[in-house]
Write a protein of this length. Sequence first.
Lengths: 453, 311
Amino acid sequence: MLKRKNISSLHVPHNKHTAGFVPVRIPTPPEVLLPMNMHSGHDAEPVVKVGDHVYVGQLVAREEGRFSSPVHATISGTVAEISTMETAEGKETLAIRIESDGKMEPDPNLKAPEIHNCEEFLQALRESGLVGLGGAAFPTWAKFNEMCSGQYTVDTVLVNAAECEPYITSDHRMMLDHPDLIVKGVEYLRTYMHEYLKDACFKICIEKNKPDAIAKMREAFAGMDYVDIHELDTIYPQGAKQVTLYNATGRVAIAGKRFPAFHAVIINVSSFAKMAEYISTGMPLVERIVTVDGPAVRAPKNLIAPIGTRIRYLLEQTGLTSEPGKIVIGGPMNGTAVCSVDDPIVKVANAVLVFDEKKSVLPTPSACIHCGRCIEKCPININVVAVDDAMKQKNEDKRAKALIDTGVRQCVDCGCCSYVCPAHRPLLANNQEAKWWLKQYAAAQKEKEGGNT
Amino acid sequence: MKNLHVSAAPHINSGVSTHNIMLDVVIAMVPAAIAAVVLFGLQALLIILTCIASAVLAEAIFNLCVHKKQTVFDFSAVVTGLLLALNLSTNVPLWQCALGSVFAIVVVKGLFGGLGKNIVNPAIAARVFMLLTFGAVGGGAAPIVVELASSATPLEFLNKGVEGLESAPSMLDLFLGVHGGAIGETCAAALLVGFLYLVVRRVIKWYVPVSFVATVFLCYLVFTGDATYALAQVLAGGLILGAVFMATDYVTTPATGLGRVIFCVGCGLLTFAIRQFGSYPEGVSISILAMNLLTPFIETWTKKKTLGGIK
């Protein structure tokens, strides 16, 4: 194989303090708040009323349309309220508040799904409420469904266990504590989607800073020749799907194409474990491992918490050293800052990070000094400096052309540019705005063309 | 509980700031400044202080006048003032030094929109402005540490051709800076210390100044076939000062590594051409100035190919 050029990348401090902490299940929270948009598609539609009694794992909202995912009750108790809430991204969505009865009774109707073929497998995944647990929240069934169109052959399944973000160790713990579930998940996928994954190689992609997880995975998958434990360098953003694809297979993800077009599919390692759990027990996605860490946390821990648990309740388990200044769901590079300590953790919340007041205030942006660090560190080689200028173009056609020219459409949202910027400019936010604008523009163009013909 | 801070990701940063970078550049120039005072005496110190003070004052007053956010604390004015000072000889009266600094800050930088918006390096533009207005700014003054027969800069001998090497200072004197010239450009040893500091602090890439110096060296080597002469051309004049501190200026050079190398090779070729064929003995500042203007074009040529980009 030809020696590939290395993708530019960063060394960020790991801060993986919690890698040695076996996750502990938290005491049942007094209530949970379940937003309807914990996945990337349309909001789910509530199917329960205020006052209804629900069991753990009972369906409380069904999916609406493609790329949507159902929501299940994560504690047993009574539906207390269904009202709108503002999410961390600034969108409004319905949320179901369930008050606990303290019993955590599982739904007596739950049973392991009967699966004989691919359709039943996809249907089961759909009902499990499983989404990509790495951060994108793309419904897992929809991801596999794309492979079934017959358009593409998939020869590589990338199991993303890079966990390149600082602090987070929830995938790491999953590999150490439940390797059996991950093996089962891989086997289920291979068995039920056999016709689409004929000779596919499963690559478990792990960063080298987790030697114990690599050893565990090697042990668990010993004797399975279709599984390859792929060690990746410890660099950020190793876990961004385009970067993982390139570093693990040498293939280049072309902008605007769905992943199976590169004969590969990429799934987070915890998603495999949760998939296996559902298929063997019928218990949908109701709880997950959350790393609670950050400069303001007294005792960083990995906690197993029902989805929808309020952050305040999680922080009571770990304690704080100072008043929180900022709380982030996800990693420090890519996570979302929440507005309130009463916000719930969502399906993709692999971590809750608490920063103290001092570390919460970002330095004020100043003028770009054209140092080129952002371009140098961009894994995709986007001309980050030019994005700002392109956005200032008045003429929309010219602006679109200039933006496409910078390569901003391929941005993987890793945040390396903002991280290294000495002028502290919000480069990632600019890129995201540019991408959003380009999408609107493309949609408007399409409509215009449609109107003309 | 009070409100939480909400901001776009990422929530951490590398800790490098414009302020730190500028401070590093100032620190890197300190050895050259010390060498200047040792070689050229109190007058050199006065020039340095005058340039820095007038540059900082000019920046502060300009920002006040145009109601812009005060930017003197980012140290960029100190860099400009110090860099200009190192480019002047002790023959230049202090009022001219002050005027040059004000020109650099107000006309070259401020009027173009401040730090990051100027198209040419302020210190170089000011030096060339002074060169055109007041005549020689770089030569004519001898160091005070030794009795020298002539206060002429070594380039004046060297540009006569390879024969001029005999009347020029010895190689050791050239390296230590015991010869006539601008106060900061003569001591190659001090400049190399600054260069190493900038590379270690990752402010500049080592290959950027090296490609400039190497181009000049190779041009002379090919043109004259005399390695000693080519080396003398590298050590004499403002080549090392220009390559380390001016051709590496972020704002006025291309943003990518390849672009910066092209920039420096262009500077080297122009420097050689001006020294060898032009009427000025020194061509470093004019060549950097010319390449500054070409920067946008070099950037267009050296755009990186994006991963997965479609044409």
